[in-house]
Design a protein. Structure first.
Ligand code: FAD
Length: 434
């Protein structure tokens, strides 16, 4: 059996198959595993293609890491929920979850949130009560902006709380983002256990979190990992997959998990009549970018918190790279599309550098910087998107579809990718057709 695509979805599928004793080959077009969550090198620094953060609620991802022998404590810093944001005028909003059971911890955090007026906090709390009484569901999908307006959320709360959360989680602007998917994220994060809302910040590059230990695990378990091998076609006969065309030739396979991004998936599926409508539904998905700006200072800098929200600026979240053993380096994330995408890199570096100088006037001037733009970072989580997302099963026997864009109910996230890969592996193993 073959898994095509070595992002976190494909890695999860291949690791699960290998763990269950199946003979699996993982094919990846690039020279390394990881896909949209991978290590990149910048001079002497080992960075990521984009700053990532995980949540305590990422149960599939965390369980997979444990299964392949990765100790969470060595690679992630686990922090109880704390959201601190600084407004354009320098004032701060600070929300901290106390050690109470979920979802009381969220209610208490909102009630005691510093930097929001009492009336605003009460409105936010009322929305939490509504979420609880509705079982964290949205009957008819509409935009997060409309949903917040319908629940009387004041601009003060939207700006400091809901908007930064929505953009970070859905990578889609409020006026377009799906309220249904946003509420799914809130349910996953806040309803069950307090630790689900923990923030897990990488202490190593992304390659060390999953891709590299997973490759070693797959090989140890008897599987193969083939890098630099691109899938160029699917061979289908009598409604069954029979193999893959690759840059290294034809590979026979009667069971395949296709774990590629949306665009190459649609291209491969679109050449077969029975998969044409599936390919067409993939072409309906739009994408949103994520831009990460790394700045290096001549000496260590201290933002005072591992992660700081920046409101009313181009940069959205600032991360302290001392966590990854890189004092003097910070990363600034800008999710979703916006005017920053039409700035060239030197202008964007200057803009973000100037913004940080305003927030931290005592910091030295940065001396080098790097911009990483992932133009198709995630699918756009827009209103109604869940109706367009494909299932894992396809009309072709022996062919399953994995990836963050499949029907996981989650936005484009590591957890969505991993859970889709695991699900495909389980469906494949349960398939008893000869
Ligand atoms: C900058 C950035 C920041 C993000 N931040 C977060 C975050 O903080 N938290 C979070 O949970 N998620 C975050 N995400 C989303 C997360 O990274 C993705 O949801 C996840 O990595 C998607 O994994 P995937 O396996 O579905 O797809 P991909 O990672 O796209 O994997 C597909 C793989 O297929 C390979 N491939 C493509 N074509 C072929 C072919 N023809 N043959 C063989 N191989 C092929 C690709 O090289 C790639 O390795 C972020 C994404 C980006 C880009």
């Amino acid at each position: 059996m073959v898994v095509a695509g070595g992002g976190w979805a494909g890695i999860a599928a291949a690791a699960e198959l290998a763990a269950r004793g199946a003979s699996v080959t993982l094919l990846e077009a690039a020279g390394q595993l990881g896909g949209r969550a991978r290590r990149v090198d910048w001079g002497d620094l080992s960075l990521d293609n984009g700053q990532h953060i995980l949540l305590g609620a990422y149960q599939h991802t965390l369980a997979l890491m444990a299964r392949i022998g990765v100790d969470e404590r060595n690679i992630l810093l686990r922090l109880p929920l704390r959201l601190e944001v600084v407004r354009a005028d320098g004032s701060r909003v600070d929300l901290r979850a106390p050690a109470l059971p979920a979802p009381l911890h969220l209610a208490w955090a909102i009630l005691r949130c510093r930097g929001l007026r009492p009336a605003a906090r009460l409105r936010a709390l009322r929305l939490c009560v509504h979420l609880l009484s509705s079982g964290f569901t949205v009957s008819e999908d509409h935009s997060v902006a409309d949903w917040l307006a319908a629940h009387g959320q004041p601009p003060e709360v939207n700006e400091a709380l809901w908007e930064p959360l929505c953009i970070a989680a859905l990578n889609t602007p409020l006026r377009e983002a799906s309220a249904r998917v946003f509420v799914n994220v809130l349910r996953l994060t806040f309803l069950r256990r307090r630790t689900d809302s923990d923030l897990l910040l990488p202490r190593r590059n992304l390659g060390d979190l999953l891709p590299e230990p997973a490759a070693a695990f797959i090989k140890r378990s008897g599987g193969r990992v083939q890098l630099g091998q691109r899938v160029t076609g699917l061979q289908i006969r009598n409604g069954r997959i029979t193999g893959l065309d690759t840059t290294d030739g034809f590979l026979k396979a009667d069971r395949v998990v296709l774990a590629l991004p949306v665009v190459p998936s649609a291209r491969l599926l679109g050449t077969h009549g029975s998969l044409a409508s599936l390919a067409a539904s993939l072409r309906d998905l739009r994408h949103e970018p994520v831009c990460t700006v790394y700045l290096r200072f001549p000496s260590a800098v201290d933002p005072g918190t591992p992660m700081l929200g920046l409101i009313g600026r181009t940069g959205q979240w600032l991360f302290d790279r001392r966590l990854t053993g890189q004092p003097g380096v910070v990363s600034v994330v800008i999710s979703a599309s916006g005017p920053h995408m039409s700035l060239d890199n030197p202008s964007l570096l200057k803009r973000v550098g100037d913004e940080l100088a305003e927030v931290f006037p005592h910091w030295p001037t940065w001396d080098s910087g790097w911009v990483l733009r992932e133009k198709r970072a995630t699918f756009a989580c827009s209103v109604g998107v869940d109706d367009k997302r494909p299932d894992h099963e396809t009309p072709v026997q022996g062919l399953w579809l994995a990836g963050d864009f499949t029907s996981t109910g989650l936005p484009g996230t590591l957890e969505g990718a991993v859970s889709s890969g695991l699900q495909c592996a389980r469906m494949l193993l349960a398939d008893s057709t000869p």
